[in-house]
Design a protein. Structure first.
Length: 320
């Protein structure tokens, strides 16, 4: 298939009962997925409505300060999106690293101009082709203000950002004994070699020896700005929000939360990176997300991780 596309696959080693087995596997996965989502939704609303009430304030202690969002709803933002092989980034003047720039994005406003998109081709370096790393560095600032700390007009309260890997390391998928669901059953072995395995059993893995981990490309990067203007108590931030809340120490207020949304980025959409890859597709989006939806996505992802850690899902089934 063309670069950036993947084919649905099935096990070609079965016998006459293979269609029935596939149907049972599909039904089983559907039931597992539905169960996970139901559990996640239940846990989310249970935590929301049945969490312990805040304890009465201790009169002997100073009152807890309320933290507010440093930015206002509808405020215009400029955005810079850099790609770098380094996790720490300060090369703001590097035009080669800057792949996307947008201006006047209304913050947390549900209008068409709040969503921006860009599709491009990325040409990987030799380092990236050989299991190297690549990171997305996204920065926002009030319109007209710089993000570079070395700029004389730079002000820390006017800018915020986040870093996220664009390449991820996962066990290498196998191509043997697999064929395309859309292909002809009489296709040659060449067709079988072009598709990738998304399943497999433990005995096969043991026979194949140690699992090889390689770098995979994320073709879609969705950046969500969380629509959150809650006034949080300094010592009473909900535990599911606290790890993501970036507090500015001098004002004890918080910056807008940047969420790299990978909820719909499924394992079979990832592209293996190797020496034969000359270009990679990259679809970018920046848009708002509601606080409730963001929390629900977190809860569902946590449920996936719990199920995966207990080994209740087959390799490749979870939304990795």
């Amino acid at each position: 298939p063309p670069a950036g596309e993947t084919a649905a696959v099935v096990d070609a080693s079965g016998g006459d009962g293979q269609p029935q087995q596939q149907e049972r596997q599909a039904a089983g996965f559907g039931q597992t997925l539905t169960g996970i989502i139901r559990i996640a939704v239940f846990c989310y609303f249970a935590a929301k409505f049945f969490s312990p009430k805040q304890k009465p304030a201790d009169s002997s202690q100073p009152p807890s300060q309320l933290m507010s969002n440093l930015f206002q709803k509808g405020e215009q933002l400029d955005m810079w999106f850099y790609l770098s092989e380094h996790e720490k980034f300060n090369d703001f003047g590097n035009e080669g690293a800057l792949v996307w720039h947008e201006t006047n994005i209304p913050y947390a406003v549900w209008k068409p101009e709040s969503t921006r998109t860009l599709s491009l081709k990325y040409y990987p370096s030799e380092a990236l082709k050989n299991n190297g790393s690549l990171y997305a560095h996204v920065f926002f600032a009030r319109s007209g203000y710089p993000i570079d700390p070395s700029d004389p007009e730079y002000q820390p309260l006017n800018t915020f950002g986040c870093t996220h890997p664009v390449a991820t390391y996962l066990p290498k998928r196998k191509a043997d004994k697999k064929k395309s669901l859309l292909g002809n059953p009489t296709d040659s072995a060449k067709s079988n070699a072009e598709v990738e395995e998304v399943g497999g059993n433990d005995s096969d893995r043991k026979e194949e020896g140690p699992v090889e981990w390689i770098s995979y490309w994320k073709p879609n990067v969705t950046i969500n700005l969380v629509d959150d203007f809650t006034r949080y108590s300094q010592h009473g931030v909900p535990p599911n929000i606290a790890p993501y809340l970036l507090v500015e120490p001098t004002t004890v207020n918080y910056y807008p939360t940047v969420f790299f949304n990978e909820f719909w980025l499924l394992r079979d959409k990832l592209i293996a990176i190797n020496e034969t890859v000359s270009e990679l597709p990259l679809n970018l989006e920046v848009s708002p997300i509601s606080l409730t939806k963001w929390q629900l996505f977190q809860q569902i992802d946590q449920s996936f991780q719990i199920h995966h850690s207990y080994g209740s899902m087959l390799d490749g089934e979870s939304d990795e």
